[in-house]
Design a protein around this ligand. Structure first.
Ligand code: NAD
Length: 258
């Protein structure tokens, strides 16, 4: 028996990166996974994973997915709102159209997904929203950061409203994870990120997917409205690592001089 055996689970943004790893991990644990993405369907065949084209910002796409799920399975036991978009413009530079596009994918897309699929969700269903370490900090990518903070608000309201129906809503906050999204990050960012992370390295998609499986499974049946960082400890120190590192460097330099 898998940990999510027989559960029908939709994962958005599942053509690559974290979403692809989550879809595969859920399928390995027995779920029937519907992997949805606006991008071309990847050329892979994973048992129990079927691909559907879906733009999370498009209400008609969600309706079409709902009809498909209703006809095929009659229910949805899980929804992973993983599709997301970054945009690296700073406060003074961000264009209105880019700001709105980022919000439409990272926030409105999640609202549409929950609203549309909710009627198919029985008691015991589980929703996982993919936030970001940027949702816990003042990360410089202003549109991305603000959108992920907004997603936290949406997630909290959803956990309160859907709890009485037996449906749980939780949010995970990945730090720097190696995916196609971060492959385009400036090298200086990677270096600074390693320095800010107590584990001293980026994470992999295989270090995020198990948490998603756990939150979709009955093992997390009393976890609702939670926000869980997967960031190598970066958020926990709140900047104190730089002070600690500076003192340590100074102590080492002093001892070299003795
Ligand atoms: P990625 O860019 O590698 O993959 C994102 C996927 O979402 C792509 O397949 C893309 O086609 C899809 N997508 C984009 N817009 C869509 C839309 N409108 N409709 C449907 N699908 C759409 O990114 P990733 O790193 O795997 O990120 C996954 C999630 O994790 C995102 O929500 C991202 O914000 C979040 N996240 C990533 C990191 C990281 O370091 N990689 C850190 C924190 C949070």
């Amino acid at each position: 028996m898998g940990r999510v055996e027989g559960r029908v689970i939709v994962v958005t943004g599942a053509a690559r990166g974290q979403g692809a790893a989550e879809a595969a991990a859920l399928a390995r644990e027995g779920a029937v996974v519907v992997a949805a993405d606006v991008a071309e369907i990847p050329d892979t065949t994973i048992p129990y994973v079927s691909y559907r084209k879906l733009d999370v910002t498009c209400p008609e796409d969600w309706q079409a997915l709902r009809t498909f799920l209703e006809e095929q399975y009659g229910r949805v036991d899980g929804l992973v709102n993983n599709a997301g978009l970054t945009h690296r413009a700073r406060l003074g530079e961000v264009a209105l159209a880019d700001w709105e596009h980022v919000f439409s994918v990272n926030v409105t897309g999640v609202l549409l997904g929950i609203q549309t699929l909710l009627p198919l969700m029985p008691r015991g269903a589980s929703i996982v929203n993919v936030g970001s370490l940027a949702a816990l900090t003042g990360h410089y990518t202003v549109a991305y950061t603000a959108s992920k903070w907004a997603l936290r608000g949406l997630s909290r309201v959803a956990s309160m409203e859907l709890g009485p129906r037996g449906i749980r809503v939780n949010t995970i906050h990945p730090g720097y994870i190696e995916t196609p999204m971060t492959a385009s990050a400036p090298p200086a960012f990677l270096k600074a990120n390693d320095a800010a992370t107590p584990l001293g390295r980026p994470g992999t998609v295989h270090e995020v997917a198990p948490l998603v499986v756990f939150l979709l499974s009955g093992e997390s049946s009393y976890i609702n409205g939670a926000e869980i960082p997967v960031d190598g400890g970066q958020w926990a120190h709140g900047g104190a690592k730089f002070l600690s590192d500076a003192l340590q460097r100074e102590a080492m330099e002093r001892s070299k001089g003795d």
